[in-house]
Ligand binder design. Sequence first.
Ligand SMILES: Cc1cc2nc3c(=O)[nH]c(=O)nc-3n(C[C@H](O)[C@H](O)[C@H](O)COP(=O)(O)OP(=O)(O)OC[C@H]3O[C@@H](n4cnc5c(N)ncnc54)[C@H](O)[C@@H]3O)c2cc1C
Length: 408
Amino acid sequence: MIESEKDLVVIGGGPAGLLSAISASKNKVDVTLLESKEVIGLHEHCAGLLSIDGLKSLDLLNLPSDVIQNSEIRGSRLYSPTGKLLVVQKSRPTAWVVNRARFDAYLASLATDLGVDIRTSSRVKQITRQKESLKYHLGKKSSSSMLSSKLTILAEGRFPSLNEQIGLPKPSRKDVIFASQFIMSGVRDIDTELVEIYQYNSLVPGFFAWIIPINDSTAKVGLGTTIPPAGRKLDDIIRKHPIAKKKLSSAKIEKRMSGAIPIGSHIKKTFTDNALVVGDAAGQTKPTTGGGVIFGGLAAKIAGEVVGKALEKNDFSSRFLSQYERKWKKEFGFNLKIMKIVRNYLNSLNDDYVEKLFTKLNKPKIKEKISKFGDVDEQAKIVFRLLSNLSLWPFVIGTGMRFLFKKN
Ligand SMILES: Cc1cc2nc3c(=O)[nH]c(=O)nc-3n(C[C@H](O)[C@H](O)[C@H](O)COP(=O)(O)OP(=O)(O)OC[C@H]3O[C@@H](n4cnc5c(N)ncnc54)[C@H](O)[C@@H]3O)c2cc1C
């Protein structure tokens, strides 16, 4: 059975899909959202660390209290492989820790209130073009077998299967981080206002490990790496890192989760006739930290607005929809580029150089600069501020040369 043609079909009920649906709906678009899982937010796969400024830009500062797990994060404790410590913090909270399953469920409730038709257990298996619209072939569990619409927003997350079916690229599999995370109780010596980051390249190649406090004894403990298995590496960090082992060796694992994060930066093109791509499916994830909810959400908000205008003008052409890409790139495209360079540079350092970098950064003036200009989302700002510090240049040039020659 094929239903009457929809204006907009959003595929994927993660934050990017839901925020696209909310934005489009606020722009007077009739939206149908298709999600393959039975329940929105099922299988939480995220640490849920979100910047307060980012949430503000997404009009999400009034999250219900049961979504917020910690609203006091104002900085980080960064640890080197041998346990050297660098603390950077602001005078006020800058991020919240949220329960991602409840966060997604809350977004779904906002979307439903705005009239979005959310259909769970509805996996889109295939998209085909027909004249002026797109036709969706749905999996067996779906209540309808086919739908069609004038426009689509693809928000399938990290391993999209549909981008290529309509001629768009997907994030490279080569630049994926495999992540594992435990919720642990009985964690010792954590500060509820500070996230802990462990940069230990030989044990955690390609990324880092983290402890994100929920309260003074419960935390999300995780890591990401380019070389799986991530779970075994997380056990190694817990047992072997001189600082982490003191905090975690007697803690209890309450819950395990795993996932993947595309950190190769955005795909080359995020629009085509009748379609836009948002979120992880477009690679709108920060290469430095793997955070994707805020940038994906900002892109989603723009996508919803552009779809609204396209319907108003009755123009679904690639040329008209290209304004989506121009706008999101203006918002955070430059930051993504700088973050990718920083990530590649950090990954190129061996543990000895990481130790040296910690020593270089652990100077009062530099720490002051990091604390003042460091920003969870706009990371380019702090990179340029640090580079304006001449004392760092010999180290950056020396290790940068190694990085360039090693890489190419
Ligand atoms: C361990 C870990 C920790 C993380 N920590 C953070 C963090 O602290 N802060 C942060 O900002 N980000 C974090 N991230 C990244 C963040 O989780 C993602 O960037 C974010 O979930 C991307 O949202 P999305 O909507 O693009 O994709 P998803 O959240 O993956 O949602 C995609 C949805 O689409 C559905 N879907 C897929 N294909 C189809 C189809 N064909 N038909 C119908 N439905 C489909 C899926 O079932 C899924 O529900 C973390 C990721 C991991 C793995």
